[in-house]
Design a protein around this ligand. Sequence first.
Ligand SMILES: [Zn+2]
Ligand SMILES: [Zn+2]
Length: 367
Amino acid sequence: MEVERSNRERSTRGDNNRFSRLGFAAISACTYVAGCAPAANDTAQTSDPVANAQTLAQIIEPFDKDAIVGEPSIVPCTLSGGTEAQCLSITLKPEPAAFKIGPWCPRNIADGPELSGIWLDDGKVYDADGKFIQNLSRFYDDDRWQLFDPETGKINVTDTEASCQAAARPDDDPAYQNHCVECQIDYLPADQFQTYVIPLSPVQVASVEPRVGHDGVGIAYSGVRLDASAPLDAILDAHTLAPFDDCGGHVNPNVGYHIHAVTDCLKSVPTTASHAPKLGLALDGYPILARLNLDGKEPEGLDQCRGHASDGLGYHYHAGATGSNAILGCHKAETGCVLTSATQTCDASQTVRRGPPGGGRPPRPDG
Ligand SMILES: [Zn+2]
Ligand SMILES: [Zn+2]
């Protein structure tokens, strides 16, 4: 672990995502996210119900069935660029079925990496263990960091539902500065799921928005949400850490467990004899593959979104490095929706979903 670092430049942190230290962002169930590119899946929708059923079966096949709620289906949808399309609708549980989540925050500066998660900084992965937390003021060259009691070594952790909620609220609550922030999955109601509506065939758009929107990157075959970059600067700005577990994920009270960094925890599905395996599906319908090909090298010539087309695989993305805090840089095609109920209709061309009257945009932490 590299703890010794000097004079780190953090001057731009202040203007970045002041929404909250945990990066609460609006659940724009159908947020506009622009992207563009050629089609990867040979699964163009048709009006033939038999063909559609086959297409659906093919897309669903690699997913961990234990993570799915109800039956996936094909639904009409309006994509982010306004294209009317046919989409996969799949509802996922808020935690993976195949692996155990956590731990995140150590409780004492004596706690080792087995009782702690990880932290990402400047492209590197660090154990967010007691020693790391003890050294934060040196690591970030800022003596306002003091997450632990110097007498006992006890670390300030948001270890109740109320404190997790408070620490993640859009208005900065000074009481939770200098805390290690974590939320438990059982704070979520048992019936709280997310429904992902993803085009069966990607639809290229003209200009790529150089970021991933609040609805995130996509979904993994393990049944977990692959999220946009965590707002690390906003988190650090409040002198908090919101560690990820060793699988790169953590919990927020609105979407549940979600991943900001791809690790080998995710289920992978072989592709070709040399190419990286598939890990999941982006919100624009393109497949997401592991970062490295089977020769251990990252493919050359990836575009700004970390995608390329290759023989037999069409266009697809390769996930970013674990430490990069960016699973993808952007979407190349029009994205679908993330909905809070399978009965909602996806219109991703609206920045605010046309929901029931009075339906606002509930905040959620993205950190
Ligand atoms: Zn590739
Ligand atoms: Zn997060």
